[in-house]
Design a protein around this ligand. Structure first.
Ligand code: NAD
Ligand code: MG
Length: 401
């Protein structure tokens, strides 16, 4: 009936465009033909891929966080009319260019400042960067709300919960049940895990992801971070958040209501699906997704997580229970420990050990109670002191090997 509705393309910024989620986001745009005008693409160090993406998508600006790479980026973009910029401040500026939709897909706490900068503009934030929520969830959500924007989760579990959690009966939620693949070491003995290499840890059975989140999946700290993420996003206390291991990664998470009814969201393990959801919500994006073939799976299986082999889940629960700066401290310690493991300085089981020891020391020093000021300044201060302590803890572990 009547005229076709012609809408202007949505203005988009992709933070972390060269990573696994960033690449999936641009691929989804290409495949779905979504009407987007890309204002900015940003990356940490992958200057070649950034330039390649920029020449294809023609943003106003391409930003590389590592300033030493600016001359190279300039060279690669020479004559294109695309502005090249560098540094953390330039990444945050790109985030605040006034986009309608910002994909937050930088890895680690480095994503916090740009995500906040985007939140202050009132943009819709598609949030993959779970670490920013873990570090400063309540502040980030408040700032987004005050600016008239919103935060839509991209993490597959949170996207699942977001899709099945009916706002009208949010107060009748009994439990959020996060599914976990169990990672590459699900069936390994503890002795075998002790000798696991970075190559083995990043080889995830179902998902192809960046190195850091792949190691987090292997330790199951990823699920720990996700429990904290879920608690902030959905206002659910720690005791009402459970984890179940589901190796096929088809059920992305579940919401159990007080009347015994449990709702789940399913789909093939493909991050483009939750990205599409975050882009089109409350509509659905038409794109040639692979349909879910349940008969081909035959069966879906479930297990309890093994807290002895995967202590990170219990560490994260404790941090969430402690509240305040504990999640930010845990996240910072984990980033340091994962980097040390990837650098072969410590063993696989030392990652959770280093995080636990760092949290104990922080607590002992009363560092976690620090605060009372700006929530963000507090989170940043805790991040810095936890990193300092974690570096000491890691080098102590290294010396004792
Ligand atoms: P990745 O390592 O593949 O990509 C990270 C991106 O951030 C890259 O573009 C990199 O250049 C950029 N970057 C790195 N350090 C930076 C810095 N200091 N400043 C600015 N930019 C920097 O990681 P990924 O797998 O795409 O994950 C990104 C985020 O999404 C993480 O927070 C992760 O936990 C989350 N996530 C990822 C997946 C997945 O399937 N990959 C699923 C759920 C959530
Ligand atoms: Mg996830």
């Amino acid at each position: 009936m009547g005229m076709a509705v012609v809408t202007a393309p949505r203005k988009v910024v992709v933070l972390g465009s060269t990573g696994s989620i960033g690449v999936s986001t641009l691929d989804l745009f290409a495949q779905s033909g979504a009407a987007v005008e890309i204002l900015a693409l940003t990356a940490g160090r992958n200057v070649e891929r950034l330039a390649q993406q920029a020449l294809l998508w023609r943003p106003q600006v391409a930003v590389i966080e590592d300033e030493r790479l600016l001359p190279q980026l300039r060279g690669l973009l020479d004559g294109s009319g695309i502005r090249a910029a560098a540094g953390a401040a330039a990444v945050a500026e790109a985030a605040a260019m006034g986009a309608d939709w910002v994909m937050s897909a930088i890895v680690g706490a480095a994503g916090l400042a740009p995500t906040l900068a985007a939140a202050r503009t009132g943009a819709v934030i598609a949030l993959a960067n779970k670490e920013s929520l873990v570090c400063a969830g309540p502040a980030l959500l408040r700032i987004a709300q005050e600016a008239g924007g919103s935060v839509i989760p991209v993490d597959s579990e949170h996207s699942a919960i977001f899709q099945v959690l009916q706002p009208a009966c949010a107060h009748r939620v009994a439990r959020l049940i996060l599914t976990a693949s169990g990672g590459p070491f699900r069936t390994w003995t503890k002795a075998a895990m002790a000798g696991a290499t970075p190559e083995q840890a990043v080889a995830h059975p179902n998902w192809s992801m960046g190195a850091k989140i792949s190691v987090d999946s292997a330790t199951m700290m990823n699920k720990g971070l996700e429990m904290i993420e879920a608690s902030y996003l959905f206002g659910t206390p720690e005791r009402q958040i459970d984890v179940v291991v589901h190796p096929q990664s088809v059920i992305h998470s579940l919401v159990e209501y007080s009347d015994g009814s449990t709702l789940a969201q399913l789909g093939p393990p493909d991050m483009r699906s939750p990205i599409a959801c975050a882009f089109a919500w409350p509509d659905r994006l038409p794109w040639p997704a692979t349909p879910l073939n349940l008969a081909a799976y035959g069966q879906l299986t479930f297990e309890e997580p093994d807290l002895d082999r995967f202590p990170a889940i219990a560490i994260a629960r404790e941090a969430l229970r402690l509240g305040g700066g504990a999640p930010a401290a845990m996240n910072a310690a984990n980033e340091v420990a994962v980097a040390a493991f990837l650098d072969r300085q410590i063993g696989f089981l030392d990652i959770a050990g280093a995080v636990a020891t760092t949290l104990e020391r922080m607590n002992g020093l009363g560092e976690m109670a620090r605060g009372g000021g700006d929530a963000l300044d507090d989170a940043m201060m805790i991040d810095v002191s936890a990193r300092r302590i974690a570096v000491e803890v890691v080098s102590h572990i290294q010396r004792s090997h």
